[in-house]
Design a protein. Sequence first.
Length: 235
Amino acid sequence: MMNTEERLSVLLCEDDENLGVLLREYLQAKGFEPELCTDGEAGYNAFTNGKFDICILDVMMPKKDGFTLAKEIRQIKPQTPIIFLTAKAFKDDILEGFKLGADDYMTKPFSMEELVFRMEAVLRRVRGQKTKESTFYRLGQYTFDTQKQLLSHAGEQVKLTTKENELLSLLCAHRNEVLQRDFALKTIWVDDNYFNARSMDVYITKLRKHLKDDEQIEIINIHGKGYKLIAPEDE
């Protein structure tokens, strides 16, 4: 999870007040500082009067919808990360969101834990993988520099491709835990379709080869769920 000393600020725009309050409380418990707005105009006013590290925007809101609000946010501060929430699962809506520069998109109902995972993944990318934990890992006899995309072992270095780097970064962030397959696909490939799933399998095979010289390291398949990186914890 994010470093609780940082307490990143979140603009949370959700017109379902019950869901909004639940999300706000959950994000507070996870070390964020969320400000809840229940319509798009309130969200715009909050954004112009505050400083936010990330925006979580419901698409269907009164007074101003999430897409309109996102356009206005982008005009004010183009680099602000945005994740859309919606009850719709239509492809056109998803494409519209990404055309507006969305960093991710979640369809209701969703897991609040997955939302936090996605927020952290977006923040790592957008903020240049700021924290020490997310830029450098020790994996047994290996060291992994996510910013330089370098995997080092016994004085030798392998330059990872962007997709290899992103996938290994996710696995490291969930070391010794299950990395959900659909979460990894949507985080890295955006779409969890058949072809992207096959592509991810290929990259998992490549990462296994890169890590084969340390028998403590293993990437295992968890049937029906995803993958688990087995590796000693950092000392």
